[in-house]
Design a binder for this molecule. Structure first.
Ligand code: BGC
Length: 255
């Protein structure tokens, strides 16, 4: 049993292309403190439409009291709460002060960060990279490619390594999981593209460990052994919980 009262549990919200998911997080356990709720992402997913969904989600979470801080992941660059890019989301996000918008809409203290940065914080604190010193690069393979650079537990935000150029293309347009699906690539063909990608990351950053996240990481056994790399590369552990847990960590100021 944790000694925290339910009101102390920070809430994480994961804003993704298809669903917006939220849960209260027990930071002592590194896990959800109650049920996760999910609402379909509105279309178009403008900042105001998404803020309205957050209000609904928060009302349905009994475990996070009204005083609990809220962390939110956004699939774009976020600097001091302001969204700076929108590669795979509504362009209305660019320039939006999301901290301010969500704090006003929900009446809670809200802090926003990049989705892959949230996953990185969670994997380093509670997941696959727990206890790892030096430089960890956490990547998420989904609609795009997200990345987090964490050095000795400290996040360097907004690394955006999905936008590195490989073989003359933006990496995420060649090697994201959505590309594997749309081009119907075999695991072996995809692993070749991932090898080019991760070799670039290795050359540029000399990481001590690379963690591969995103929903497809549950199939890691089908492709990771074919990725040729000198750096240890391992699947993420927290899978679809990483964004929510990382957002809650960030909201609670524990990152
Ligand atoms: C965005 C990143 C995001 C990643 C994963 C990329 O297209 O530029 O900010 O982390 O997708 O969602």
């Amino acid at each position: 049993m944790s000694s925290e009262s339910p009101d102390d549990h920070p809430i994480g919200i994961d804003f993704g292309g298809s669903g917006i998911k939220a849960a209260a997080v027990d930071l002592a356990a590194g896990d959800f403190a109650g049920e996760r709720t999910r609402i379909k992402t509105p279309d178009p997913a403008t900042p105001d439409a998404v803020a309205a969904v957050f209000v609904e989600l928060l009302a349905s979470l009994p475990e996070g009291g009204a005083g609990a801080p809220v962390g939110v992941t956004v699939p774009g660059i976020v600097r001091r709460g302001v969204v700076g890019s929108a590669a795979n989301i509504d362009h209305g996000w660019i320039g939006t002060d999301a901290d301010e918008l969500f704090t006003r809409a929900t009446g809670r203290s809200v802090r926003v960060l990049n989705d892959a940065d949230a996953a990185g914080l969670a994997e380093v604190r509670f997941g696959a990279a727990r206890g790892q010193t030096g430089l960890v690069v956490v990547t998420t393979l989904g609609t795009g490619i997200g990345s987090a650079l964490v050095h000795d537990g400290v996040l360097v935000p907004n690394s955006e390594l999905g936008h590195l150029e490989i073989d003359g293309h933006v990496a995420e347009k060649r090697a994201a999981n959505s590309v594997r699906e749309s081009e119907e690539l075999s695991w072996a063909k995809w692993a070749k593209r991932l090898t080019s990608y991760y070799q670039s990351v290795e050359r540029l950053f000399s990481p001590d460990l690379i963690v591969v996240g995103g929903g497809v990481s549950k199939h890691a056994a089908s492709f990771l052994p074919m990725v040729e790399l000198d750096t240890p590369i391992i699947p993420a552990l927290l899978l679809n919980k990483a964004g929510i847990i990382g957002a809650a960590l960030y909201a609670a100021g524990e990152s």
